[in-house]
Write a protein that binds this ligand. Sequence first.
Ligand code: BGC
Length: 494
Amino acid sequence: MPFKRFSRRQFGGLAGSSAFGLSMMLSARSSTAQSDQATGIQNQRPPSDFPSGFLWGTATSAYQVEGAVNEDGRGPSIWDRFAHTPGTISDRSNGDTATDHYRLYKQDIQLMKSLGVKAYRFSIAWPRVFPEGTGSANPKGLDFYSRLVDELSANGIEPFATLYHWDLPQALQDRFGGWTSRDTSKAFADYAAHVTARLSDRVKHFFTINECSRLVHLGHGLGADAPGLKLPQSGLNQVRHHVALGHGLAVQAIRAHGRAGTRVGPAENAVSCIPAIETPANIRAAEIATRELNAGYLTVMLEGKYTDAYLARAGNDAPKFTADDLRVISSPIDFVGLNVYTPDHYVVAADNERGFTLAPFPASFPHMKASWLRPGPEAIYWVPRHVAKLWNVKSIYITENGTSGSDQPAADGTIYDVDRIMYLRNYLTQLQRATSEGVPVLGYFLWSLMDNFEWSDGYEQRFGIYHVDFDSKRRTPKLSAAFYRETIARNAVA
Ligand code: BGC
């Protein structure tokens, strides 16, 4: 990895062998460039600040934290239906109560405040606002978000709202077949218009759809997420198109109904392509791969066309679309949100038709607690860099990054989640590399504020920096909460 840091052993050895011992270590704190006379190794890290005004935040989503699924007129969502279907969730749980954030949101805002975060990314549950998906709105649904936003503002925390984090009103699935129909794309725009008209006096940043790619693939291809469909390739490609269309229509609706200054963009987990070795040829190959492997998502949103290779590969299964659809999908956006967890591909330049080879992952590649989550900190450097370079994007937010862990309390009761700290420290070091090179990343939302309902993994994968006891709903900081607080306070990796 391209960064140098003392290991604990090195540091202890230096201090122990030095005639100055502790006093030298202490004085090193007040002088940046001082180095050990014998070794020349600096006693303090070179400056590694994030840009001033960098926005530190945390993120959650409605179904994963709120609970209260039958409160205040909320309608059922496809995730209620899916989670209550036997065989879908590994621990047979569901989001019926989750972390009870719906009731405990004020307390949760105090947790954020104690971390020092300046922004909170949450999602709005469409079935709270339109229990039937369309038609008459349920005012009590939006009231909750209005109270949440006011409480955030009162505590100096900026709200960033995601309009769709996968909890489609079940009524739309029943009526239209959900995202298999463009009626859902249109209904999404109507809902987006309604929300922005009422919240954009206080919410300045809206994300349209969280991770189009996962909801398409896991929800409609593999059947592992709601609505649990396993469509043939043609159907899957059509869903992908409708989701992208929903994004574009929502961008237009937000522009039409939001107050001046309302900003909008997607929150996508772009397929991440990392140059296996940082040579100019591999970097170029990784850019080409990024554009091709995200053809149905960021590429069409930012270029207004599907790539030739995407359409050729799809052949007869290609989505049906009009030129107008493409114009809508590529409606101008204000920023790109990127969820970055893991390197999807290490890329090597190749003299083949595509211009790249995707290196297979060796069986020995490590992973975090979740087997899909391979740590590759450089992903958070390369993904925003590729996006900025390929599409001349000027504003990027890291809308999610984090890891689950086993999170067992030690004998003294503390959860020493040093694996999560290791992960975050390495990713943030790479993110700092990006910002220091001018990649326009404006903020970072750690996933997640607290443990929550991790979709088909139920409550078995804990991503929070606050531990949640799902019986008592008690929140307790893990050691990583202190790490994040320190990082925010320094505006530099701690
Ligand atoms: C999603 C979150 C999820 C996280 C960890 C992202 O795909 O947006 O909802 O909890 O990853 O799996």
